[in-house]
Design a binder for this molecule. Structure first.
Ligand code: G3P
Ligand code: MG
Length: 368
């Protein structure tokens, strides 16, 4: 059977049955306010390369969040960034983006480390500026939080090439004699050399006692990385190396040194652990900020990094929208797991497209 276009049918006199449907549809699409659809869908936004580039907020980022706030559409921020407390980061982002962001709608790379507190007491905390990550780890509840600067302060020959300034050592803490239970890489290290040495010293110690060696340099302590981004986007025109580059360096040095493969746990996007965590944060936020008790039907993950944002969103069954304002550039190869639902110029275009899709979805449901 030939498919007669809607337009033709419309013009067939007497075909009154169809006209009201069309009229109603046109009325619905023109009249459907995004806020009427807000209980059915939500957004998870990446930050670097989507809402900001380094210190610079992207205008489309500000407009997109303002639009969603005006239409009461729920959203969370889901970043592989970190290095400071969620509260401090949210305050900074609220100022940068000109909108009040609540800490309950925010997940950064190391936030899910909160779920490890009951397992480990003494942890080596790595990364971030100065001792900020020590304070984050303590706020999460870890009892004994040691940073590489503490180890250097106890014995400078551990890494004679260190670049710590006197006031860095003023922030150091005396080492307890307890054994290390785990190594937690919270954020991008500032001294790859020193951190590599201290991390591998702990991993190959005799059951976590710093300064001892395990037999055959066997790994005796677990290590966690809060994200695996090889690349991320800041103000610089070309993407920069991230924590994932550091992890690959640690793995190579460990293998050369011990002859064995490093065993590590990596969280952050694209990994399931982080998406499950983000999903529960999103539903909690929808419940207490919007009163929605239903599980959200559709989540749009908007990101600039195919390997983390898009692969993770696809793997978790979310809709994914890839923007060109960060890591991803037109023509970059996308493997099957990192193919988004759509590629758009920026986050505002992503939000507008998702709202359009939701209205279409609603129309389809109301007409059937
Ligand atoms: O280390 C990479 C990280 O900064 C990327 O952040 O917001 O793009 O996930 P984001
Ligand atoms: Mg990004």
């Amino acid at each position: 059977m030939n498919v007669i276009s809607r337009r033709v049918l419309e013009r067939i006199p007497g075909n009154c049955a169809f006209r009201p449907i069309i009229a109603r549809r046109r009325h619905l699409s023109q009249k459907t306010k995004p806020s009427e659809l807000a209980r059915d869908f939500a957004f998870a936004f990446d930050i670097d390369g989507v809402l900001i580039r380094g210190a610079k907020a992207l205008e489309e980022g500000k407009e997109a969040l303002k639009y969603l706030r005006e239409h009461n559409i729920p959203w969370i921020l889901l970043t592989n960034g970190g290095g400071k407390s969620e509260t401090e980061r949210v305050e900074g982002l609220s100022a940068q983006l000109g909108i009040d962001i609540h800490v309950d709608q925010f997940v950064q790379s190391h936030t899910p480390f909160k779920r490890l507190v009951h397992r480990y007491d003494k942890v080596l905390v790595v990364g971030g500026d100065r001792d900020k990550c020590r304070h984050v780890a303590q706020d999460y509840g870890f009892k004994d939080c040691v940073m590489p600067v503490d180890v250097l302060a106890s014995n400078k020959s551990v890494w004679p090439f260190h670049r710590f300034a006197q006031d860095d050592f003023l922030l150091s803490r005396p080492l307890s004699s307890e054994k290390f239970d785990a190594v937690l890489v919270f954020n991008d290290p500032r001294d790859w050399g020193c951190d590599t040495q201290v991390i591998i010293d702990v991993l190959t110690s005799d059951n976590g006692y710093y300064g001892t060696k395990s037999s055959q340099l066997k790994q005796t302590v677990p290590i966690y990385f809060s994200n695996d981004d090889l690349l991320w986007a800041n103000e610089y025109p070309h993407p920069r190396f991230g924590q994932g580059a550091f992890r690959r360096g640690i793995e190579t040095v460990y293998k050369e040194y011990s002859g064995a493969e490093l065993e590590s746990t990596i969280i952050g996007k694209p990994f399931l652990f982080t998406y499950e965590y983000a999903h529960s944060v999103l539903n909690d936020w929808r419940r207490h900020a919007f009163g929605y008790t239903n599980d959200v039907h559709r989540v749009y993950m908007v990101g600039d990094n195919p390997a983390s944002d898009i692969r993770g969103g696809n793997g978790y069954g979310w809709d994914t929208l890839l923007v060109k304002s960060g890591v991803y550039k037109d023509g970059d190869k996308l493997d099957s797991r990192s193919k988004p639902r759509a590629v758009v110029d920026n986050v505002l275009a992503a939000v507008k497209l998702a709202v359009e899709l939701e209205i279409k979805h609603k129309l389809k449901n109301t007409s059937t």
